[in-house]
Design a protein around this ligand. Structure first.
Ligand code: AMP
Ligand code: MG
Length: 482
């Protein structure tokens, strides 16, 4: 049951689901960047999956959550939910008004550990940002986002996380026919995007300074102490994103739609659409059916993030320095630091994956060439390197043996001992994800629960899960399928 907060209490509205309250500091800070909006009532809401561990981290009682209606947008009286505005470059083309077309921000929860999280719904009906869309979401794609977020979290990659997926009792029309409608309740440290800054920067008068102050307070409080807080904010976002995309590359993750509106200020992965993990190593890998030119191919991701961050820099210029030439010079130096920071993270991560204490750049570069030559399975290779089976994956044994001999001469015992904790056995293999989602849409949730079980413990090898270590056959395509 949900009750509204007692009159006079501070800090937002009680959800009566535990200690946290729903706050709205974002909506209060930048009212021009949001539209007050409520989720459309769901006809017959049913919770399909709920992440009880995440609920507990947030201080929410899972049982109360299941029955409260909060997961489909029934909020206590007094809670002001909003649709957030944002702009964005989609495949390089600027769109001045995107925004939450089918989503609402229920509010911010302060967890028992003091951290602040957005609680947000996707698929909760049309909003003033809906453009031509129906405001709905289908069950398969919402379960996909839920599972992929769980997988990335378990792999230690910063990410938004699905709290729950509920069906609405309605059918939504999509290309493939009528599909069960669903709402994803998700949690992120915020939903601030590069596109949010683009949206703010194009308004007159522009709330970009207030937005930047909110971002600093929320994500990078140390920047407030700097002589140049906005430059420091920019530096922090660049560093966080360089680290994030390096982690994507290390686990073989292809986001698929790296538009500026899908690039966060926090440095968390967000908006899982046609994303997928690579099997064989190939930097040109593209899964998304809409990415015809391969703009968001696996190997392009670092460069694309850097490009997106340059767009953020443009929004911050007036805050960085009143002299525009000076501002450009300072911002340029920051965005240029991306490449070095990224390289350091990637190389350090690769060193850990192959059992070295320090990166050896030529060894890493030669490994990538070797893996690319035969499109060796990325995940299986590193795990196999730890247990001596990696060479079995190659046709050209001489080449792999020569590389392994060079590597063996450089290994560090502690790093070798830690390899199985950085190299997953299991990733959400594409064909098995698709099969699980197909079964779920047809009413059988068992394969989806197996998927969750597998991806939540990616490092523990378990008997009976061998098929999760094998790539599917043939090329794999993901559909934006919203
Ligand atoms: P996405 O590809 O999910 O990042 O969405 C891009 C933009 O399209 C965002 O502004 C979404 O809110 C909007 N959008 C996507 N699907 C729908 C839909 N079914 N109804 C309304 N807006 C949508
Ligand atoms: Mg998006």
């Amino acid at each position: 049951m949900i009750t509204s907060r007692a009159a006079g209490s501070v800090g937002g509205v009680s959800t009566a689901l535990g200690s946290p309250t729903l706050e709205d500091t974002y909506a209060q800070a930048v009212p021009d960047l949001v539209v007050p909006w409520a989720a459309a009532p769901a006809r017959d809401p049913q919770v399909v999956v709920l992440d009880e561990e995440l609920a507990a981290e947030l201080g929410l009682d899972p049982d109360a959550l299941r029955t409260s209606g909060l997961l489909v947008g029934q909020v206590p009286e007094g809670v002001r939910t909003v649709a957030q505005g944002y702009a964005g470059h989609q495949f390089g083309m600027y769109q001045p008004r995107l925004g939450d077309g089918r989503a609402v921000l229920l509010g911010e929860l302060v967890a028992p550990d003091g951290t602040r999280h957005d609680l947000h719904l996707k698929g909760s009906g049309r909003t003033p940002f809906a453009r031509g869309g129906d405001g709905r979401a289908a069950l398969g794609p919402m379960l996909r986002e839920y599972a992929m977020g769980a997988a990335m979290h378990a792999l230690g990659v910063p990410t938004s996380r699905g709290l729950a997926v509920s069906t609405t009792g309605e059918q939504v029309p999509r290309d493939t026919g009528l599909l069960p409608g669903a709402i994803l309740a998700r949690v992120a440290s915020s939903h601030l995007r590069v596109g949010t800054f683009q949206y703010a920067a194009h308004q007159d008068p522009s709330p970009v300074r207030v937005l930047a102050d909110h971002a600093i307070a929320r994500h990078y409080p140390h920047a407030a102490e700097s002589d140049e807080p906005y430059l420091e904010l920019y530096r922090s976002v660049v560093a966080a994103q360089a680290s994030l995309v390096a982690q994507w590359m290390l686990v073989g993750f292809v986001h698929g739609v790296m538009n500026t509106d899908n690039t966060t200020i926090s440095g968390e992965t967000i908006d899982y659409g046609p994303c997928a993990f690579i099997d064989g190593y190939d930097p040109t890998t593209v899964f998304s059916s809409i990415d015809h030119a391969g703009r968001y191919a696996f190997g392009n991701q670092p460069m694309i993030v850097r490009w997106n961050l340059a767009r953020l820099g443009e929004c911050l210029l007036p805050l960085i320095d009143s002299d525009s030439d000076t501002a450009i010079e300072k911002a340029t130096a920051v965005v240029q630091s991306f490449t070095e920071t990224y390289d350091e993270h990637f190389a350090a991560g690769m060193a850990a994956k192959i059992g070295l204490a320090e990166p050896d750049y030529p060894l890493i570069a030669d490994l990538l060439t070797l893996l690319g030559t035969e499109r060796t399975d990325w995940t299986t290779f590193f795990r196999g390197l730890g247990n001596g089976t990696a060479r079995d994956l190659f046709v050209d044994r001489e080449a792999v043996d020569a590389w392994v001999a060079r590597r063996d001469a450089l290994t560090d015992p502690a790093a070798v001992a830690a390899m199985d904790r950085v190299n997953p056995v299991y990733i959400p293999r594409n064909h098995l994800v698709d099969a699980a989602l197909g079964a779920a849409e047809a009413g059988d949730l068992a394969p989806f629960h197996e998927l969750l079980d597998v991806v939540r413990r990616p490092y523990d090898e378990r008997p009976g899960l061998e098929r999760w270590t094998e790539p599917g056959t043939g090329p794999f395509v993901t559909y934006c399928g919203t």
